[in-house]
Design a binder for this molecule. Structure first.
Ligand code: TTP
Ligand code: MG
Length: 376
Protein backbone atom coordinates (compact mmCIF):
# COMPACT_ATOMS: atom_id res chain seq x y z
CA UNK A 1 0.00 0.00 0.00
CA UNK A 2 1.31 3.45 -0.86
CA UNK A 3 1.89 6.12 1.72
CA UNK A 4 -0.66 8.34 0.02
CA UNK A 5 -3.25 5.64 0.53
CA UNK A 6 -2.26 5.19 4.10
CA UNK A 7 -2.65 8.90 4.74
CA UNK A 8 -6.33 8.63 3.92
CA UNK A 9 -6.63 6.24 6.81
CA UNK A 10 -5.24 8.80 9.20
CA UNK A 11 -6.87 11.89 7.77
CA UNK A 12 -10.14 11.82 9.73
CA UNK A 13 -9.89 14.28 12.58
CA UNK A 14 -11.51 12.10 15.21
CA UNK A 15 -9.37 9.13 14.33
CA UNK A 16 -6.32 8.22 16.34
CA UNK A 17 -4.62 4.86 16.42
CA UNK A 18 -2.62 5.29 19.57
CA UNK A 19 -4.38 2.72 21.76
CA UNK A 20 -3.35 -0.93 21.99
CA UNK A 21 -6.39 -3.11 22.54
CA UNK A 22 -6.41 -6.87 23.10
CA UNK A 23 -9.52 -8.94 22.45
CA UNK A 24 -9.78 -12.51 23.71
CA UNK A 25 -12.42 -15.07 22.80
CA UNK A 26 -12.38 -18.70 23.93
CA UNK A 27 -12.53 -21.33 21.20
CA UNK A 28 -15.78 -23.32 20.99
CA UNK A 29 -16.31 -22.42 24.63
CA UNK A 30 -19.08 -24.74 25.90
CA UNK A 31 -17.94 -27.59 23.65
CA UNK A 32 -14.29 -27.14 24.69
CA UNK A 33 -15.27 -27.42 28.36
CA UNK A 34 -17.15 -30.65 27.60
CA UNK A 35 -14.16 -32.04 25.70
CA UNK A 36 -11.90 -31.16 28.59
CA UNK A 37 -14.21 -32.99 31.00
CA UNK A 38 -14.55 -36.03 28.68
CA UNK A 39 -11.44 -36.46 26.56
CA UNK A 40 -13.14 -39.20 24.53
CA UNK A 41 -15.28 -36.44 23.01
CA UNK A 42 -12.24 -34.60 21.66
CA UNK A 43 -12.21 -36.09 18.19
CA UNK A 44 -15.91 -36.57 17.55
CA UNK A 45 -18.32 -33.98 16.15
CA UNK A 46 -20.03 -32.54 19.22
CA UNK A 47 -22.81 -30.05 19.84
CA UNK A 48 -23.93 -28.49 23.10
CA UNK A 49 -27.60 -27.53 23.26
CA UNK A 50 -30.97 -29.04 22.51
CA UNK A 51 -32.48 -32.14 23.99
CA UNK A 52 -30.63 -35.36 23.07
CA UNK A 53 -33.80 -37.43 23.69
CA UNK A 54 -36.34 -35.46 21.69
CA UNK A 55 -33.72 -34.16 19.22
CA UNK A 56 -35.31 -30.75 19.57
CA UNK A 57 -33.83 -27.37 20.35
CA UNK A 58 -31.01 -25.31 18.98
CA UNK A 59 -27.23 -25.67 18.84
CA UNK A 60 -25.65 -23.42 21.50
CA UNK A 61 -22.24 -24.18 20.11
CA UNK A 62 -20.28 -27.02 18.56
CA UNK A 63 -16.67 -28.12 18.40
CA UNK A 64 -14.50 -27.53 15.34
CA UNK A 65 -14.97 -31.17 14.27
CA UNK A 66 -18.74 -30.53 13.97
CA UNK A 67 -18.10 -27.23 12.14
CA UNK A 68 -16.53 -29.24 9.30
CA UNK A 69 -20.07 -30.48 8.56
CA UNK A 70 -21.43 -26.92 8.35
CA UNK A 71 -22.97 -26.99 11.83
CA UNK A 72 -23.01 -23.67 13.72
CA UNK A 73 -24.52 -21.89 16.74
CA UNK A 74 -28.22 -21.22 16.42
CA UNK A 75 -28.88 -24.09 14.00
CA UNK A 76 -31.87 -26.32 14.85
CA UNK A 77 -30.69 -29.66 16.23
CA UNK A 78 -32.60 -31.69 13.64
CA UNK A 79 -30.85 -29.81 10.84
CA UNK A 80 -27.48 -30.45 12.49
CA UNK A 81 -28.34 -34.15 12.67
CA UNK A 82 -29.16 -34.18 8.98
CA UNK A 83 -25.71 -32.75 8.24
CA UNK A 84 -24.00 -35.19 10.59
CA UNK A 85 -26.11 -38.20 11.67
CA UNK A 86 -23.44 -39.52 14.07
CA UNK A 87 -23.30 -36.21 15.92
CA UNK A 88 -22.82 -36.35 19.71
CA UNK A 89 -25.21 -34.10 21.61
CA UNK A 90 -24.83 -32.76 25.13
CA UNK A 91 -27.38 -30.71 27.02
CA UNK A 92 -24.73 -28.62 28.71
CA UNK A 93 -23.32 -27.99 32.18
CA UNK A 94 -24.17 -24.31 32.50
CA UNK A 95 -23.06 -23.96 36.08
CA UNK A 96 -19.64 -25.25 35.14
CA UNK A 97 -19.41 -22.90 32.12
CA UNK A 98 -20.22 -20.04 34.41
CA UNK A 99 -17.49 -21.02 36.84
CA UNK A 100 -14.98 -21.35 34.01
CA UNK A 101 -16.04 -17.98 32.63
CA UNK A 102 -15.46 -16.36 36.02
CA UNK A 103 -12.07 -17.98 36.35
CA UNK A 104 -11.02 -16.78 32.88
CA UNK A 105 -12.13 -13.20 33.62
CA UNK A 106 -10.11 -13.28 36.83
CA UNK A 107 -7.03 -14.29 34.84
CA UNK A 108 -7.64 -11.44 32.38
CA UNK A 109 -8.01 -8.87 35.16
CA UNK A 110 -4.44 -9.59 36.10
CA UNK A 111 -3.12 -8.43 32.72
CA UNK A 112 -4.71 -4.98 32.60
CA UNK A 113 -6.61 -2.83 35.06
CA UNK A 114 -8.84 -1.64 32.22
CA UNK A 115 -11.03 -4.38 30.94
CA UNK A 116 -14.45 -4.82 29.37
CA UNK A 117 -16.18 -8.15 29.63
CA UNK A 118 -18.10 -8.54 26.39
CA UNK A 119 -19.72 -11.95 26.93
CA UNK A 120 -19.30 -15.24 28.74
CA UNK A 121 -16.10 -16.09 26.86
CA UNK A 122 -14.86 -12.77 25.49
CA UNK A 123 -13.31 -9.59 26.81
CA UNK A 124 -11.28 -6.56 25.80
CA UNK A 125 -8.18 -5.38 27.63
CA UNK A 126 -6.75 -1.92 27.15
CA UNK A 127 -2.99 -2.46 27.03
CA UNK A 128 -2.10 1.13 26.14
CA UNK A 129 -0.70 1.89 29.57
CA UNK A 130 0.56 -1.65 30.14
CA UNK A 131 2.94 -2.23 27.22
CA UNK A 132 5.18 0.11 25.30
CA UNK A 133 4.72 -1.40 21.84
CA UNK A 134 3.10 -4.20 19.84
CA UNK A 135 6.01 -6.59 20.44
CA UNK A 136 5.47 -6.33 24.18
CA UNK A 137 1.77 -6.80 23.57
CA UNK A 138 2.57 -10.03 21.68
CA UNK A 139 4.66 -11.31 24.59
CA UNK A 140 1.85 -10.48 26.99
CA UNK A 141 -0.69 -12.26 24.78
CA UNK A 142 1.42 -15.41 24.61
CA UNK A 143 1.72 -15.37 28.40
CA UNK A 144 -2.01 -14.85 28.73
CA UNK A 145 -2.77 -17.79 26.42
CA UNK A 146 -0.39 -20.01 28.39
CA UNK A 147 -1.95 -18.87 31.64
CA UNK A 148 -5.47 -19.65 30.42
CA UNK A 149 -4.39 -23.06 29.16
CA UNK A 150 -2.48 -23.89 32.34
CA UNK A 151 -5.40 -22.88 34.54
CA UNK A 152 -8.40 -24.09 32.56
CA UNK A 153 -7.01 -26.31 29.79
CA UNK A 154 -8.80 -24.18 27.20
CA UNK A 155 -7.50 -22.42 24.13
CA UNK A 156 -8.48 -18.95 23.02
CA UNK A 157 -7.99 -16.67 20.04
CA UNK A 158 -6.57 -13.22 20.51
CA UNK A 159 -6.54 -10.12 18.35
CA UNK A 160 -4.45 -7.04 19.11
CA UNK A 161 -5.05 -3.76 17.29
CA UNK A 162 -5.51 -0.02 17.86
CA UNK A 163 -9.33 -0.25 18.21
CA UNK A 164 -11.75 -2.67 19.81
CA UNK A 165 -13.46 -3.60 16.59
CA UNK A 166 -10.19 -4.24 14.75
CA UNK A 167 -8.94 -6.38 17.64
CA UNK A 168 -12.15 -8.43 17.52
CA UNK A 169 -11.97 -8.87 13.76
CA UNK A 170 -8.29 -9.79 14.02
CA UNK A 171 -9.10 -12.55 16.53
CA UNK A 172 -11.75 -13.97 14.21
CA UNK A 173 -9.34 -14.40 11.30
CA UNK A 174 -7.28 -17.11 12.97
CA UNK A 175 -9.42 -19.43 15.04
CA UNK A 176 -8.84 -21.65 16.96
CA UNK A 177 -5.81 -20.87 19.12
CA UNK A 178 -4.77 -17.84 17.07
CA UNK A 179 -2.92 -14.65 17.79
CA UNK A 180 -3.23 -11.89 15.19
CA UNK A 181 -1.70 -8.47 15.55
CA UNK A 182 -2.71 -5.52 13.39
CA UNK A 183 -0.49 -2.48 13.86
CA UNK A 184 -1.73 0.96 12.77
CA UNK A 185 0.21 0.95 9.49
CA UNK A 186 -1.06 -2.53 8.61
CA UNK A 187 -4.78 -1.78 8.92
CA UNK A 188 -5.52 -1.41 5.22
CA UNK A 189 -3.49 -4.44 4.15
CA UNK A 190 -5.22 -6.49 6.83
CA UNK A 191 -8.78 -5.29 6.19
CA UNK A 192 -8.86 -5.01 2.38
CA UNK A 193 -8.94 -8.74 1.49
CA UNK A 194 -11.54 -9.64 4.16
CA UNK A 195 -15.12 -10.35 3.14
CA UNK A 196 -17.47 -7.47 3.92
CA UNK A 197 -19.50 -9.79 6.21
CA UNK A 198 -16.61 -9.75 8.73
CA UNK A 199 -17.92 -6.31 9.78
CA UNK A 200 -20.35 -6.70 12.69
CA UNK A 201 -23.81 -5.72 11.50
CA UNK A 202 -23.20 -6.69 7.87
CA UNK A 203 -25.36 -9.75 7.40
CA UNK A 204 -26.52 -11.61 4.31
CA UNK A 205 -29.00 -8.91 3.28
CA UNK A 206 -26.50 -6.04 3.44
CA UNK A 207 -23.89 -8.16 1.67
CA UNK A 208 -26.38 -8.76 -1.12
CA UNK A 209 -27.05 -5.04 -1.40
CA UNK A 210 -23.35 -4.23 -1.52
CA UNK A 211 -22.74 -6.97 -4.09
CA UNK A 212 -24.98 -5.09 -6.57
CA UNK A 213 -22.23 -2.46 -6.65
CA UNK A 214 -19.52 -5.12 -6.89
CA UNK A 215 -18.60 -4.65 -3.25
CA UNK A 216 -17.56 -8.03 -1.86
CA UNK A 217 -14.53 -7.28 0.29
CA UNK A 218 -13.71 -4.58 2.81
CA UNK A 219 -11.24 -3.21 0.27
CA UNK A 220 -14.01 -2.90 -2.36
CA UNK A 221 -16.01 -0.74 0.03
CA UNK A 222 -12.98 1.22 1.26
CA UNK A 223 -12.24 2.43 -2.24
CA UNK A 224 -15.88 3.22 -3.07
CA UNK A 225 -16.17 7.01 -3.51
CA UNK A 226 -17.05 8.59 -0.18
CA UNK A 227 -19.53 10.99 -1.80
CA UNK A 228 -21.55 8.12 -3.25
CA UNK A 229 -21.69 6.04 -0.11
CA UNK A 230 -24.24 8.16 1.71
CA UNK A 231 -26.29 8.64 -1.42
CA UNK A 232 -26.45 4.88 -2.12
CA UNK A 233 -26.36 3.28 1.32
CA UNK A 234 -27.32 6.06 3.75
CA UNK A 235 -25.99 6.43 7.29
CA UNK A 236 -25.44 2.70 7.64
CA UNK A 237 -23.26 2.71 4.54
CA UNK A 238 -21.15 5.56 5.90
CA UNK A 239 -20.66 3.78 9.20
CA UNK A 240 -19.63 0.57 7.44
CA UNK A 241 -17.30 2.55 5.15
CA UNK A 242 -15.57 3.93 8.22
CA UNK A 243 -15.36 0.51 9.82
CA UNK A 244 -13.71 -1.12 6.81
CA UNK A 245 -11.07 1.61 7.03
CA UNK A 246 -10.45 0.69 10.65
CA UNK A 247 -11.95 3.87 12.05
CA UNK A 248 -13.26 3.76 15.54
CA UNK A 249 -16.98 4.50 15.16
CA UNK A 250 -17.75 3.83 18.79
CA UNK A 251 -17.71 7.33 20.22
CA UNK A 252 -17.52 6.16 23.78
CA UNK A 253 -14.69 3.69 23.27
CA UNK A 254 -11.94 5.61 24.98
CA UNK A 255 -14.27 6.82 27.66
CA UNK A 256 -15.60 3.42 28.56
CA UNK A 257 -12.18 1.81 28.51
CA UNK A 258 -10.66 4.35 30.84
CA UNK A 259 -13.53 5.33 33.05
CA UNK A 260 -15.58 3.60 35.65
CA UNK A 261 -18.38 1.42 34.46
CA UNK A 262 -21.97 2.56 34.92
CA UNK A 263 -23.53 -0.85 35.28
CA UNK A 264 -22.71 -4.52 35.45
CA UNK A 265 -25.12 -6.87 33.79
CA UNK A 266 -25.42 -10.40 32.55
CA UNK A 267 -28.08 -11.91 30.34
CA UNK A 268 -28.72 -15.53 29.69
CA UNK A 269 -30.75 -17.01 26.87
CA UNK A 270 -32.26 -20.37 27.67
CA UNK A 271 -32.24 -22.98 25.00
CA UNK A 272 -33.38 -25.46 27.62
CA UNK A 273 -36.83 -25.29 29.13
CA UNK A 274 -36.80 -25.24 32.91
CA UNK A 275 -40.02 -26.71 34.21
CA UNK A 276 -39.85 -25.50 37.81
CA UNK A 277 -38.99 -22.18 39.39
CA UNK A 278 -36.33 -24.00 41.44
CA UNK A 279 -34.49 -25.02 38.26
CA UNK A 280 -34.90 -21.54 36.84
CA UNK A 281 -33.62 -19.97 40.05
CA UNK A 282 -30.38 -22.00 39.82
CA UNK A 283 -29.75 -20.29 36.46
CA UNK A 284 -30.61 -16.81 37.72
CA UNK A 285 -28.58 -17.37 40.85
CA UNK A 286 -25.48 -18.20 38.85
CA UNK A 287 -26.08 -15.06 36.75
CA UNK A 288 -26.02 -13.09 40.01
CA UNK A 289 -22.79 -14.89 41.01
CA UNK A 290 -21.12 -13.57 37.85
CA UNK A 291 -22.31 -10.03 38.49
CA UNK A 292 -21.19 -10.06 42.10
CA UNK A 293 -17.78 -11.44 41.16
CA UNK A 294 -17.34 -8.63 38.65
CA UNK A 295 -18.54 -6.04 41.15
CA UNK A 296 -16.00 -7.26 43.70
CA UNK A 297 -13.14 -7.23 41.25
CA UNK A 298 -14.01 -3.64 40.36
CA UNK A 299 -14.47 -2.61 44.01
CA UNK A 300 -17.89 -1.19 43.29
CA UNK A 301 -21.01 -0.63 45.30
CA UNK A 302 -24.48 -0.43 43.76
CA UNK A 303 -27.82 1.20 44.38
CA UNK A 304 -30.13 -0.18 41.71
CA UNK A 305 -30.98 -3.75 40.77
CA UNK A 306 -32.80 -4.54 37.54
CA UNK A 307 -34.41 -7.75 36.37
CA UNK A 308 -35.11 -8.34 32.71
CA UNK A 309 -37.25 -11.25 31.65
CA UNK A 310 -38.29 -12.33 28.17
CA UNK A 311 -40.86 -14.98 27.36
CA UNK A 312 -40.88 -17.23 24.34
CA UNK A 313 -43.39 -14.96 22.59
CA UNK A 314 -40.72 -12.23 22.98
CA UNK A 315 -42.75 -10.27 25.52
CA UNK A 316 -40.05 -8.54 27.55
CA UNK A 317 -40.29 -6.95 31.00
CA UNK A 318 -37.72 -4.95 32.91
CA UNK A 319 -38.29 -4.27 36.59
CA UNK A 320 -35.94 -2.24 38.74
CA UNK A 321 -35.60 -1.51 42.42
CA UNK A 322 -33.38 1.16 43.95
CA UNK A 323 -32.06 0.96 47.49
CA UNK A 324 -31.86 4.06 49.66
CA UNK A 325 -28.06 3.86 49.88
CA UNK A 326 -25.05 2.29 48.15
CA UNK A 327 -24.59 -1.35 48.96
CA UNK A 328 -22.17 -4.20 48.40
CA UNK A 329 -24.32 -7.00 49.76
CA UNK A 330 -24.65 -10.12 47.66
CA UNK A 331 -27.72 -11.16 49.64
CA UNK A 332 -29.55 -7.94 48.80
CA UNK A 333 -29.21 -8.59 45.07
CA UNK A 334 -30.67 -12.07 45.44
CA UNK A 335 -33.51 -10.89 47.71
CA UNK A 336 -34.45 -8.02 45.40
CA UNK A 337 -34.33 -10.20 42.28
CA UNK A 338 -36.51 -12.79 44.03
CA UNK A 339 -38.95 -10.06 45.00
CA UNK A 340 -39.04 -8.71 41.43
CA UNK A 341 -39.63 -12.23 40.13
CA UNK A 342 -42.79 -12.58 42.23
CA UNK A 343 -44.72 -10.61 39.63
CA UNK A 344 -44.17 -13.49 37.20
CA UNK A 345 -44.97 -16.33 39.60
CA UNK A 346 -48.16 -17.26 37.79
CA UNK A 347 -46.31 -17.67 34.50
CA UNK A 348 -44.69 -20.93 33.45
CA UNK A 349 -40.91 -20.95 33.93
CA UNK A 350 -40.60 -23.13 30.83
CA UNK A 351 -41.86 -20.19 28.76
CA UNK A 352 -38.94 -18.00 29.79
CA UNK A 353 -36.46 -17.41 27.00
CA UNK A 354 -34.09 -14.94 28.58
CA UNK A 355 -33.27 -13.57 32.00
CA UNK A 356 -30.97 -10.66 32.68
CA UNK A 357 -29.83 -9.09 35.93
CA UNK A 358 -28.15 -5.72 36.17
CA UNK A 359 -26.72 -3.67 38.99
CA UNK A 360 -26.36 0.02 38.23
CA UNK A 361 -25.92 3.38 39.91
CA UNK A 362 -22.45 2.14 40.68
CA UNK A 363 -19.89 3.86 42.81
CA UNK A 364 -16.29 2.94 43.49
CA UNK A 365 -15.75 2.13 47.15
CA UNK A 366 -12.67 3.62 48.69
CA UNK A 367 -10.47 1.74 51.15
CA UNK A 368 -11.95 3.31 54.26
CA UNK A 369 -15.42 2.23 53.12
CA UNK A 370 -14.23 -1.28 52.30
CA UNK A 371 -13.42 -2.00 55.92
CA UNK A 372 -16.90 -0.90 56.95
CA UNK A 373 -18.79 -3.16 54.57
CA UNK A 374 -19.20 -6.92 54.50
CA UNK A 375 -17.27 -6.83 51.26
CA UNK A 376 -14.73 -9.61 51.75
P1 TTP B 1 -18.97 -17.77 20.85
O1 TTP B 1 -17.67 -17.20 21.33
O2 TTP B 1 -19.74 -17.02 19.85
O3 TTP B 1 -18.72 -19.21 20.25
P2 TTP B 1 -17.73 -20.35 20.69
O4 TTP B 1 -16.81 -19.91 21.78
O5 TTP B 1 -18.51 -21.59 21.01
O6 TTP B 1 -16.92 -20.62 19.36
P3 TTP B 1 -15.77 -19.73 18.70
O7 TTP B 1 -14.57 -20.61 18.70
O8 TTP B 1 -16.26 -19.44 17.33
O9 TTP B 1 -15.61 -18.51 19.55
O10 TTP B 1 -19.91 -18.01 22.09
C1 TTP B 1 -19.44 -18.43 23.37
C2 TTP B 1 -20.41 -19.40 24.01
O11 TTP B 1 -21.68 -18.80 24.15
C3 TTP B 1 -20.63 -20.66 23.21
O12 TTP B 1 -19.68 -21.68 23.48
C4 TTP B 1 -22.01 -21.06 23.58
C5 TTP B 1 -22.71 -19.77 23.94
N1 TTP B 1 -23.61 -19.38 22.82
C6 TTP B 1 -24.93 -19.75 22.91
O13 TTP B 1 -25.35 -20.35 23.89
N2 TTP B 1 -25.74 -19.42 21.86
C7 TTP B 1 -25.30 -18.77 20.75
O14 TTP B 1 -26.07 -18.50 19.81
C8 TTP B 1 -23.92 -18.40 20.67
C9 TTP B 1 -23.38 -17.68 19.46
C10 TTP B 1 -23.12 -18.73 21.74
MG1 MG C 1 -15.79 -18.10 21.67
Amino acid sequence: MTLANQEVYFSEKEQTFDSIILYMDLDAFFAAVEMRENPELSDVPLVVGGNPKTKQGVVSTCNYEARKYGIHSGMPINQALQLCPHLTMIRGSFKLYNEVSKSIMKILEYYSPTMKVAGNDEAYLDLTEVVSDYEEARTLAVELKDDIYATERLTCSIGIAPTKILAKIASETDKPDGLVIVKPLEIADFMNPLKITIIPGVGKKSAELFSKDKIFTCGDLAKFPYQLIHQKFGKYGLKTWKLVRGYNTEKTEDKFLNSERKSISEERTFFERYKTWEEMWIQIDSTIDTIIARMKVKHMSYKTITLKIRFKNFETYTRAHSLSSYNTSEKHVRTVVQKLLEEFENKKPEDIRLVGVKISNLRKIDNSQKTLTQFF
